[in-house]
Design a protein around this ligand. Sequence first.
Ligand code: SF4
Length: 701
Amino acid sequence: MQAGPRSEVKTTCPYCGVGCGVLASVAPSGEVTVRGDADHPANFGKLCSKGSALGLTTGLEGRVLTPEMGGKPASWDAALDLVAERFSETIARHGPDSVAFYVSGQLLTEDYYVANKLMKGFIGSGNIDTNSRLCMASSVAGHRRAFGEDIVPGLYEDFEDADLVVLTGSNLAWCHPILYQRLLAAREKRGTKIVVIDPRRTATADECDLHLAIDPGMDVLLFNGLLAHLERAGIVDRSFVDASTTGFAEALAIASADGSSIADVAQRCGLAEADVRLFYELFAATDHTVTVYSQGVNQSAHGTDKVNAIINCHLATGRIGRPGMGPFSVTGQPNAMGGREVGGLANQLAAHMGFENPVEIDRVARFWNAPDIARKPGLKAVDMFRAVGEGRIKALWIMGTNPAVSMPDARRVRAALEACDFVAVSDVTRNDTTRYADVFLPAATWGEKSGTVTNSERRMSRQRSFLPLPGEARPDWRIICDVARRMGFDAAFDFEGPAAIFREHAALSAYENHGERLFDIGALEAISDADYETFAPRLWPQPRAGEPSRRLLGSRFPTQDGRARFVPVRQEGVALNVDASRPIALNTGRLRDQWHTMTRTGRVPRLMSNAPEPALEIAPEDARSLGLKDGDLARVSSQYGFARARVSVSEAQKPGNAFLPMHWNGQFSANGGVGPLATPITDPFSGQPELKHVPVEISRE
Ligand code: SF4
């Protein structure tokens, strides 16, 4: 839908998983202005610093608006022909697992749907993974272990109905600012207690009632200790545990052995015993408790166990799926959740069906009429780039993401891209990754493309175009379908537009779904183009007729027996320990005003002004012993690579810990970002790498 001059178009912010509604308008001069959409149930009219600057990011500076082959302008036909030809040839010669797609939580659900359908359904390989693997894959794995499916057990309203909100591994104030503002507003009214569990004293920790500056990697022990405490305190909800769960005794036995006393837990976590006791007592005494977790939990070599340690405590108290209660994962990207719905992860098939169940594979194969469908999971992100480097993957298509900067052990990723036989990149501007592209496919971006996104509470909203497609740019869904047709899969990719793709996605979700997946979700398979255009934000899947919301999840879960599962988890620690040669634990994360590798926010002077260059935060004690002071240039070296950054001496850091923002890339800094420093060691269940911890040596540059 194109906007007329000065008309406002309802769309959705393309940054974080809060998924705020935006009203965008275009002046006759072409100037774009935005304001928050007061009708959107995520933000009720508010926008954060990044969202409110969106109008400043829609210019065409730096855009690449024609296809390129070998760095030279080319026609769309030639570029698409080459991509289809090289993929087809590679598959014919080396089999379907010799090719891969690496996609992005920036894609719209319809883009994701056709990319997944092409790779898993028609190429016949599971090798499509998304940069959401780096963001929330551990939450997905934890949800599947506990609930049988990647369901979201809470709503944003729960933040406002809670008396205690525990934020663990989440700097909500900076990373999900509007949700944080909703929490603070609720606290004004009801006196909500806020506990923050984070090695750093973040902006979120500054405002909390209790900050537990836990040592890196100790979260399982802290929550195992909590589970043991809840049992000792007689807070376990026996009727809920008996009727709606399995595995409590086993989980409790391990938790009790792990966290045998508060004193022991506190000492091993690097915390004061009184603080841990206060946290446990608050949790035990507060029925309306929400535990929010984010990348600090997920980006870990044991992230899935951490997620389940948290969920175990909510299952033990029956505090799940009811107002103001539950574990809640906040996703990093605007459409990480939409990707999860349609199989954007290599280990999922589509519509939350998986490779573990032959019935589900057969169902998707019949629905798509795709007899050559993949029958096993593909390679997850880190393994995918390893396979590229080893020559097992010979043709790679990267869409809307910048792995040359954002992947751990990024130097190796860059070497892999350099050596890969064929790399296609769909993107908007040049970045560190596009320099490896044999074919560049100019994609449409926010404001130019249309489709749906799904936020952290699993609410679908529309992104709508309000700007014309510039130059020769095309939406991702169309580029993917054009390649699929050239590969000979015409009938399956004959979509007229995103509405038609959405209808098929809804139809697949409903196909042979006789209630075992809980929801009546078939209604949208017949949505008209007109209704898709005016589609208002709504929860997905939709509740059954007569059921007010998803809160039913509190007593029935999509496991075979309808019960949630306690998962026994043990404290394991970090993947790599600090030692004499690399004595500092480096943590990474976001800044308030930046997004990902800054390809959009880095162009807005007002967003750059607070932190024009990456600052390495270190504790005063460490600065003294290293002979460093504020403003010095430091060299940070891990076993994988190095970076340079200005020192910022900060009381927010625990001695022995340091923090470096994740955003800077080759366009904005010569240091190449944190990717080259980070470890590619991953969680065994989720495949998510431990981006939050790597031992480093710090010295004066
Ligand atoms: Fe955008 Fe997130 Fe800010 Fe909302 S909170 S305006 S979704 S960046």
